[in-house]
Design a binder for this molecule. Structure first.
Ligand SMILES: [Fe+2]
Length: 189
């Protein structure tokens, strides 16, 4: 079970209505390397990972849900005051006819979220390498998103999220080392 706080992990500010940026940011909401995929992947893998690593997966999964909440807040703030004309100009007409301004799990190209974005192999090393790759891809996506806006308020939130992906990647790498030590064998990179 979880105890939750009624505040975001990090403050989310946007300086202006910008549906164009919202359309791009939705990638980290329902895209392959986004926060939903990360949260669900780790929460699910934890059941068959060795005991020493369960807490790590639970911790990081929980934090990814907090990041999902931040992305949702950004998309909401960027679109809540947009006119239908502004949404059309931003290429969000297909999104609007499906969802109005409601949040929905899809990527920047409009493809709905799918469980095929994630895997649970049952092999701890295979799963952890997937997790490291996921964190690195999420980090890169955040950088590309930062490059797509001149809104320093959004950039601030995205930089926080980018740095958390770096920390997660490092922690998953440590987990690999722990398992390798236990198995008494070296994995060749
Ligand atoms: Fe992460």
């Amino acid at each position: 079970m979880w105890v939750y706080e009624k505040k975001l992990q990090y403050p989310v500010r946007v300086s202006k209505c910008d549906p164009r940026m919202a359309k791009l940011l939705i990638e980290q909401y329902g895209g392959a390397d986004g926060e939903l995929a990360a949260a669900l992947r780790y929460m699910n893998q934890r059941y068959t990972i060795p005991d020493k690593i369960i807490g790590l997966l639970t911790d990081i999964s929980t934090e990814e849900f907090a990041h999902l909440e931040m992305i949702a807040t950004m998309v909401y703030k960027l679109t809540k005051d947009a006119t239908v004309e502004q949404l059309k100009e931003a290429g969000m007409a297909p999104y609007y006819v499906n969802h109005d301004r409601a949040l929905f799990y899809e990527n920047a190209g409009g493809v709905p979220f799918t469980a095929t974005y994630i895997q649970a192999k049952g092999d701890p090393i295979a799963d952890l390498y997937e997790d490291i790759a996921a964190e690195e891809k999420a980090r890169a996506t955040y950088q590309w998103l930062i490059d797509m806006t001149d809104d320093v308020d959004i950039q601030d939130g995205l930089k926080f999220l980018r740095e958390r992906e770096v920390v997660h990647s490092l922690r998953f790498r440590e987990a690999v080392e722990i398992l390798k030590d236990e198995q008494g064998k070296k994995t060749v990179f």
